[in-house]
Write a protein that binds this ligand. Structure first.
Ligand SMILES: *[C@@H]1O[C@H](CO)[C@@H](O)[C@H](O)[C@H]1NC(C)=O
Length: 406
């Protein structure tokens, strides 16, 4: 392959990558827009369009295969710090046969990332997948407040699943609790510690019931789309993550579509679904969980004494009731497709203060105890008599600190 061909190939790959990644720079990292805002944008703007470009890039892999061995070694060294024995020499300038100067360092970075995304240089075998379980544990311990059960269940379940060489089925977790208690937060944490690009990863798909599937009359076309998106993602990534927010509002027809992907023999033809993770986020059972928490408080017992067994039992009872909501009508429970119930407890005053502290820290701002109290006092606490639990959990706390900046 001649040098000009190489350059145009690099240029093309870089362009395509810029196009592919273009939407990523749009999203702000701030929580203020709501957790899934970026994803909504990505879904609405980029999906089919990005896919086409992805395919184009993949085609070029053939052309790239003709690049010199030396070049790949150089990239491997850049990317994974492996095979760098001649690093000093290379830093001084690449060996004869091809040359970098016109391409530029930025292109090389982008190209390296692209090369890496085809699974040539990472411990997990796929650089899009990082599976940083230690990091997940660390960050949940530091930033998820008042959720001893959720923390433990999520970390244990995910760790065991990732360590299993051959899982029997996809991992299915069902998050339950009031809004603002941390369900979205944990889902985002899982995405960002398992995938290099977090929620924006092509291996992660977020579905928000009322946003993606708003009209019941279109449920048949939603089913087709959903099945297609799940199978495509699984084919693209050997480990996928699917997040269903507002799961209580998912039409049962859609749940039926998802079911086969979570089943015990999750295999269709060549495609193996058993390395996928499904998270369902809903407020079903929120009141039940709160009642238990209130009972414990009234009995003078610590909330950390609340056991998973107790809550799971109560949640199961509630889910199996022939309720008006479609989630309960689904067969997820009866067919034992849910591996773990993850209860999120209502948050108390001191938890809200911790969220406020995190919000100050996240913006690098100084804070005082008094400021944290002021923020927490803006929240509504229920029930009327005890004023024990924040009705909105920690929702919008990070915006509220604006009013109390020194
Ligand atoms: C894992 O996550 C932690 C906490 O977010 C982070 O400090 C660390 O750099 C991550 N490790 C890797 C290998 O990404």
């Amino acid at each position: 392959m001649g040098r000009s061909t190489l350059l145009s190939c690099l240029g093309l790959a870089a362009c395509l990558l810029l196009l592919l990644g273009g939407s990523e720079s749009l999203g702000s990292q701030e929580e203020q827009q709501g957790p899934w805002e970026e994803d909504r944008r990505a879904v609405t703007e980029a999906a089919p369009w990005a896919r086409a470009r992805y395919e184009a890039v993949k085609k070029h892999l053939g052309a790239v295969g003709a690049l010199s061995k030396q070049y790949w070694q150089y990239l491997a060294c850049k990317v994974s710090q492996e095979g760098c024995e001649e690093e000093g020499k290379r830093k001084a300038g690449p060996s004869p046969g091809w040359s970098l100067p016109l391409v530029g360092q930025d292109y090389l970075e982008i190209f390296s990332a692209w090369y890496c995304s085809f699974g040539k240089c990472c411990k997990t075998g796929d650089c899009r997948i990082v599976n940083n379980i230690t990091g997940l544990e660390m960050d949940l311990n530091g930033q998820l407040h008042g959720q001893h059960l959720a923390k433990e269940v999520v970390i244990q379940a995910v760790r065991r699943f990732l360590q299993s060489p051959q899982p029997e089925k996809a991992l299915v977790l069902s998050f339950h609790g009031w809004s603002g208690t941390g369900k979205n937060f944990v889902a985002r944490m899982v995405a960002s510690h398992l995938y290099r690009d977090g929620l924006k990863s092509e291996c992660v798909r977020v579905f928000i019931a009322l946003f993606h599937f708003p009209h019941h009359k279109y449920v048949d076309s939603y089913k087709v789309q959903l099945e297609k998106q799940i199978s495509e993602t699984v084919q693209l990534c050997k480990q996928s993550l699917f997040i269903f927010d507002e799961a209580e509002k998912l039409h049962f027809g859609l749940l039926d579509t998802i079911k086969p992907f979570m089943a015990h023999n999750g295999k269709k033809g060549q495609v193996d679904y058993r390395r996928s993770i499904f998270l369902f986020l809903s407020n079903i059972g929120g009141n039940t969980i709160n009642e238990v928490a209130l009972d414990f408080w009234r009995a003078g017992r610590a909330r950390e004494e609340i056991s998973l067994e107790l809550l799971e039992q109560r949640l199961r009872l509630e889910l199996l009731q022939p309720a008006e909501n479609s989630y309960a009508r689904s067969h997820l429970l009866e067919e034992n497709l849910i591996d773990f119930f993850v209860p999120f407890l209502p948050l108390e005053y001191h938890h809200v203060k911790l969220c406020a502290r995190d919000a100050f820290l996240a913006r690098g701002l100084p804070y005082t105890e008094a400021a944290l109290d002021e923020v927490a006092r803006t929240m509504v606490f229920v029930p009327k008599e005890e004023k024990l639990f924040s009705a909105q959990g920690c929702k919008s706390v990070s915006q509220r600190i604006n009013y109390f900046l020194p």
